[in-house]
Structures are given as C-alpha cells and as structure tokens.
Ligand binder design. Sequence first.
Ligand code: AMP
Length: 481
Amino acid sequence: MSFSHLGLSEKVLAAVAATGYKTPTPIQDQAIPHVLARRDVLGIAQTGTGKTAAFVLPMLTMLETGRARARMPRTLILEPTRELAAQVEESFIKYGANHNKLNVALIIGGVSFDDQDAKLMRGVDVLIATPGRLLDHNERGRLLLSGVELLVIDEADRMLDMGFIPDIERICKLVPFTRQTLFFTATMPPEIRRITEQFLSNPVRVEVSKPATTVAATTQLLARSGRDGAEKRDTLRRLIRSAEGMKNAIIFCNRKRDVATLHRSLLRHGFSVQALHGDMDQSARTAALEQFRKNEVTLLVASDVAARGLDIPDVSHIYNFDVPIHADDYVHRIGRTGRAGRNGTAITIVAGSNDAKAVAAIEKLIGQTIPYMDKIPGTPAEPQHEPKHEPRHEQRHEPRNEPRNEPRQTARPPQRGGRHEHQRRPQQPERRPPSQQQPAPVARIEEARSRRAPPPVRKPMDDGDASHLPAFLLRPVTVKA
Ligand code: AMP
C-alpha cells in the first residue's frame, strides 16, 4: 500500500516521496484517513512507529486552506519536552517542503517571552508548545486559544510522568469544544484513560505496537559487577572495549549526577562521549544530541528523562549503567537500539541484590529471562587505576534506593505558583547573561530550512529556565491549496 490512497494532498505526497518513504507505517495507514475526516483519534503508539507523520501529514493537508489570525493559532501541538517539540518542528519542515507560506512556531520555555510574543502576533498556523510556557502566554493575554481547530496531545503518558496533566486539562478547556483532538500515548494508565474519556469525542482508536523486528533484533544481556561506582565504571569500560559491531552506544544512568560523573570518567579514559541530562542548559543538550546523531561522538551518557522519546536512529548498543528503577523504562531504553530491523545489543550492569530484584521485575514485564554474560572480557582494574582526579564521592557506594534526580512525578504534580516550566524542575541550570540569548523563536519555514544545516548555537536564557530551542518568525500568509 502506498501513501496515495490516504487522502493526502499532492503537495504532501510530493514531500513524502522526496523523503524516500514508500509505504505508510501502520499508525499512518490507520490514523491519517480518520484525521482527514476530522475524527478525534486516540493513537496508542510509541516513538519509532512513525506517529509524528501520522498527524503532521494530514495537518499539512488540512492547513492548505484558510489562514492564521494574530494571536490565534489554528492548530496546537503539545509536547512534553523541548527536544520533542523541536523534532515535531523538524517534521513540519521536512514534510512541509512544499508549503512555503505555512507558519510554524515553537512556544517553549527558556526563550524570551517578548520574541515569542512578537511572533505570535503575526499569526501562526501550527503552534508547537510545551504546556507551561503556553499557559504563561495565555495568562498574559498574549495568546488566544479560541481559534484552535485541531489539538494534538503527544506523548501523553510522558506528560503524566512529568506532572503536566493538570496543565493539559486546563489547556483542553481553553481550546474550543468543537475542535478536533488527536491524542497519542504509548501506554494507557488510568489517569490517561480518564483524560481521553473527558476530552476526546467518540475517538477512533488506533493501536500499534513497535515493529516486531525491534525486539527480535536486540540481543539482551546482563553483566555482573561490583557495586562500587568505580567498579561499575570499570565493568562498563570493559564491556565497551570488547563490544562487537560497536557503532555507537547510549549509556543510561538513573540519576543526573551519575550521568555527569560517568561522562567525566569516560572522557578521562579517552572515550568519545557526550552527556545528556535535564540539568544541562539547552544549548549543551542540543549540541550533545547533534554530535551523537552525526556520529561525531560514539557514546552518549543519558538519563531517562532527557533521552525519552527522542528519535535517535541506528544505535548499535545500549548499556544500562544502572538498572532502571521502573521496569517500563527498561523497555524504553532498549527500544533505542535494534530499530528499523537493524541488530542491536542491550547490556544491563547488575550490581548487587537490589539490582537483581529490579531485573526480575523487568523480566516479568517483558515476559522473558535475560541471560547473564559468562565473562566480561578484560581484566578488572584495581580501584587505584581510576584516574587520580576522580571526585572522591564517586568511589562511595550509593544506596540503590536513593531517589534519582529525575523522578517520575506520577504521584503529585508540582504545585504551580508561577507558570515557568523551570519551576517544575528539580534542579536549575546556571543563569547566563542576556547577551547569550536565543535567536528569535518564530520564523518563516523558509528561514528554518536555511538554518538547518549546522546545529545552531543556542544560548540559554536569562530567566534561568533550562529549556529553549529555536523556532520561527512567521508572517501570516494565506496558504494556497
Ligand atoms: P516517530 O515515531 O514519529 O518518531 O518516527 C520514527 C522514525 O520513522 C522517524 O525517523 C521518521 O522519519 C521515520 N518514518 C516515519 N514514517 C516513515 C515511513 N512511512 N517509512 C519509513 N520511515 C518512516
């Protein structure tokens, strides 16, 4: 089956053809005709299934008629993180290659309000936003959601994890009752089910699993290690050095602090490595991700929150430096490899009885036993072989039940006094002078294309928010069909 039977416009079909995609993925095949028929859609699908195009392609088709008015976006896409918002923007750039006059804007934390405000004033066809900053603009009276014809809530279970559900509920009440809603989630916990029942109107339910090849193509193994941080790092180094077919790897830690520690350690041991965690400022996060995507570095040490949902294709190895506390995080982590039918290897370091218990929970969840490696090649290093200037606290054993720095905030959403997204974050990035601010947050899609080639140097904001990514300065122009 090709894309042509889905009801997409010629312009969109031409852009899809230019990407080289020949066949719609199951979620695209099943969802796109319903989106075009203006039905609400409940899509149960993970990243990697092609779900972004499942809403971007029909949105582009529908937006070919009509025009945006000042401060009144026509469509709204909610994303839990700035990186995901930027990825969706990239999809609009890619698939909107023939929609030169389409106005796409990002409203995300960490970018100057004034710049965003000026751009909103010009009219926006597609507003891609993280919830907190969107509400900030709305509460300042600078953004009206009463013109939203279509609302996309993406990665809803991730929103739940991050404590965004109250914001989502508020936003759903601000957009017109008559809007069309597309709701995507990888899982359906009770809180998400409640939201879908409240805010979707007779939705078409489309459920897809990850391609079967993903799991089948990933070799999963466990590696025994001592519990001490230095021992674990030594085990990891031996695993990496002895890895077969290593192209690149993501190494997951449970805590942001350990991401930074492990990153420094690997650098000192001569590895080509970057780090990705929620306390890094946005320019550093973006640069790290770009370097990894472009194969400029081989290893990426990451926390779950920072890495979740990101489309990082073609990762050959996953290492769980820490056994994830939540079993579903394991599934998500190993889903980073073995993508698109490629072979992948996922190795989990097991250090002590608490780790073994966490592994048992994972095995129960995935319904299979993960074998231990017989022997990890290489000779275990003596503790003194750790580089001399390793911080002393790294040598200390940390109890496994210590709360990680990036908790799943499922129990209680954070209280919101103000509306800044950084107020939800457990830790804040350092402040930077205003001279290092972000480029204008909104631009015409043409400008976006021209800016795509080198990774832009994105500067953190003076408001201390960890978030920001570029967006685009747009002028309201009628889109020709
Ligand atoms: P997503 O689930 O939206 O994050 O998409 C995962 C990856 O699949 C992205 O790199 C997309 O560019 C890619 N993709 C989307 N649709 C297709 C398709 N029909 N055929 C092949 N790859 C696709």
